[in-house]
Ligand binder design. Structure first.
Ligand SMILES: [Zn+2]
Length: 280
């Protein structure tokens, strides 16, 4: 009986893995454009705040940097984290390739560990001055909306991929779990940066598990103690566990200033200015 159940579970997991890996590009693009479109529609229908700078001043560079990062990653990486996961599995490297745990459990734990690792990486990028120089470009946006969620300096993007490859190899994350994690992160980052209004009860309920736009907006306050809080992108648990959770901005959402105390000139929202911000 138990054996039959176990076999059925393994078959379901194999089907799931095959589906994810065979349709990887479609899943990635579908979620990216799907969530992006839904968030824009939601931002227009029910905006949370009046944007301090209009979209026309921010979107060209915010979208430009996504295109630039995508091209750069394709150019310099012969293999990406999902490829590293497949390689590690073939070579038998990493925790879950040594341990005899069911595939579904290895996948679930891998997504959790990767989320915790991304949280830790985010904290480090705030605390180490030279890394903060790279990451602060993300925070220099003077308004936050769906496009802010993908606005990262190319050097930070490259470093993130290398770090993720190291974590994937160390834990022996299944390739499908890496895809699921990356797609989830992409979707939730666009959601929690979006300038959308959620009913208070829904925000409260979601926050028990996932990061909401109101929660993440605190992280984009120009007050340093608030910038250094709410580091999570998917799960809210790491911030609560490690004491970096701040429920609301001290000045209120309508009164808070978004961005940094430096780079206040509107010209800083130009792509060339953004790229040089780490070096100034
Ligand atoms: Zn940050």
């Amino acid at each position: 009986m138990d054996d039959a159940k176990e076999t059925a579970r393994e078959n379901a997991m194999d089907t799931f893995t095959a589906f994810i890996l065979e349709n990887e590009p479609a899943i990635r693009l579908g979620v990216f454009f799907g969530v992006f479109a839904v968030m824009i529609a939601w931002e227009v229908a029910a905006p949370r705040l009046r944007l301090a700078l209009p979209r026309s001043r921010r979107w060209p560079a915010n979208i430009g940097i996504v295109v630039l990062n995508t091209l750069l990653v394709r150019l310099i990486f012969p293999v990406l984290p999902v490829g590293v996961a497949a390689w590690a599995a073939g070579e038998g490297y990493g925790l879950f390739n040594w341990l005899d745990v069911p595939a579904w459990l290895a996948a679930l734990l891998s997504v959790l560990i990767l989320d915790c690792a991304i949280y830790a990486q985010h904290v480090v990028f705030h605390k180490v001055p030279v890394l903060w120089r790279l990451h602060r470009m993300h925070h220099a946006d003077q308004a936050i909306d769906v496009t802010t969620g993908a606005r990262f300096h190319p050097i930070e993007i490259v470093m993130s991929i290398v770090i993720k490859m190291a974590v994937v190899t160390a834990i022996g994350a299944p390739a499908a779990a890496v895809v699921v994690f990356e797609v989830l992160l992409n979707g939730t980052a666009m959601f929690n940066h979006a300038n959308v209004r959620l009913p208070t009860w829904l925000d409260k309920a979601l926050r028990l598990v996932i990061v909401t736009p109101d929660m993440h907006r605190v992280h984009h306050s120009w007050l340093r103690q608030e910038t250094d809080s709410n580091y999570g992108f998917n799960l809210t648990w790491w911030d609560r566990l490690f004491g970096t959770y701040i429920a609301q901005p001290s000045a209120g959402h309508d009164g808070m200033t978004i961005g940094l105390q430096i780079f206040r000139d509107a010209g800083e929202q130009r792509l060339d200015r953004m790229l040089t911000q780490p070096f100034r």
